[in-house]
Design a protein around this ligand. Structure first.
Ligand SMILES: Cc1ncc(COP(=O)(O)O)c(C=O)c1O
Length: 388
């Protein structure tokens, strides 16, 4: 039985072949570190690192590659902003749909005197940007929002939220874990202060890589949470103030940098809009197939507008973990069940504590695979109802 990979919201698979080729080239032919040597292979590493910053800036419409920090992943980027920006006495606003990559740092910070509130979202997981206003306080120093929910797929109206933040001089941190690579993100047009992305989901690169893009104004007052060797200003025991060295200490993940650069070249060549349209077509097919299946409930919006390809199903007559197990054992369909590191989002969607079975197609998913997945959901739901 061939397996059908429908867990792209966790990590995309497979990757464009150029990704492994670039990583292999680094490991077999380059091997040098960056910022730490002047020989040809070190120049190759330095050039690829620079190209990656430029590609990320092009993709997310940011004009200054020095303010594109390469991170070990999205969780790191989010922590760098939350922990580097918020101080005791500060207030942060977030939504009720956030991932634990935001909620756990905020809970830690709450023990150190930072307070936070959750902007409530509706049963589809959508936020009304106007609800930000009454929750702003004089000491609100940050608004942190996920672009799309990793549970139900609803995409927030970030341009409207960012406008309100700008009008009240509160920086906005955007967690684009579920949209980076396949949805338009306009860093400068929207006026974001910080954008954190993982390299291994929609960007189709390897895990262990991510990026944090900062506005120059925000970067100036953001404190690095990690300091150390940068290969620059080595005469000083103080962290360099200039970008991106201020936020990039230690030898970076160079195989990851080569892989991610190849992945982003693939995305730029394919086109974000083409990627988005494909995701929309697969999502439409999946949702149409689910519509008349009894004994299940969709957690998240049925409509396609402003919706990512994250499809969460609650099997009403059986345990969702049992359904996910059967999907794999009997049909070879790989999904993720449970609470998806987002208990608050499941509470908003009414699927706490049972969670859901999450299906997430990717660029390499075929229409036939979606047909098979819908048929499997139908059979599993019907079988469980028969035995209940
Ligand atoms: C919305 C959201 N935020 C943050 C993260 C954390 O990303 P990573 O595990 O790549 O660091 C994820 C991962 O699933 C996510 O979906």
């Amino acid at each position: 039985m061939n397996s059908i990979y429908l867990d792209n919201a966790a990590t995309s698979f497979p990757k464009p072949p150029a990704v492994a080729a670039a990583m292999t080239r680094y490991l077999t032919d380059v091997g040098a570190s960056v910022n730490r040597g002047v020989y040809a292979s070190a120049q190759d590493a330095g050039m690829t690192t620079l190209l990656l910053r430029e590609s990320l800036c092009r993709l997310f419409r940011h004009g200054d590659p020095t303010h594109c920090i390469l991170t070990s992943g999205n969780t790191m980027g989010l922590n760098m902003v939350l922990r580097g920006w918020l101080r005791p006495g500060d207030h942060c606003l977030t939504s009720s749909m956030e991932h634990n990559a935001v909620m756990r740092p905020l809970q830690d910070l709450a023990e150190q005197g930072v307070s936070f509130d959750r902007i409530p979202c509706d049963r589809d997981g959508r936020l009304d940007p106007a609800d930000i206003l009454p929750l702003l306080r004089p000491n609100t120093r940050l608004v942190a929002l996920a672009h799309a929910s990793n549970v139900g797929g609803a995409i927030q109206d970030i341009p409207a939220a960012a406008k309100i933040c700008r009008e009240h001089s509160v920086p906005l941190l955007l967690d684009a874990a579920q949209t980076a690579g396949h949805w338009e993100i306009d860093f400068e047009g929207w006026g974001l202060a910080a954008l954190s992305v993982p390299g291994h989901k929609g960007l189709m690169g390897p895990s262990g890589m991510g990026a944090l893009l900062l506005s120059p104004e925000f970067a100036k007052n953001l404190r690095p949470i990690i300091t150390g060797g940068t290969g620059s200003a080595s005469d000083s025991e103080h962290q360099p103030a200039y970008m991106p060295d201020r936020f990039e200490s230690g030898t970076p993940n160079l195989p990851g940098i080569y892989g991610l650069q190849a992945a982003i070249e693939f995305i730029l060549e394919t086109g974000v809009e083409t990627l988005r349209r494909r995701e929309e077509a697969l999502t439409a097919q999946f949702l149409n197939g689910l519509r008349d299946i009894p004994h299940i409930r969709l957690a998240g919006p049925w409509g396609l507008e402003n919706r990512a390809g994250v499809i969460s199903v609650d099997f009403l007559e059986q345990d969702n973990a049992e359904a996910a197990f059967r999907l794999e054992q009997d049909y070879g369909i790989l999904t993720r069940c449970g609470l998806h590191c987002a208990p608050s989002a499941h509470k908003s969607l009414g699927t706490f504590p049972q969670g859901t079975v999450r299906f997430s197609p990717g660029w390499f998913t075929s229409s036939e695979e979606i047909t098979s997945a819908v048929a499997a959901v139908r059979e599993i739901a019907a079988g469980a109802a028969l035995h209940s």
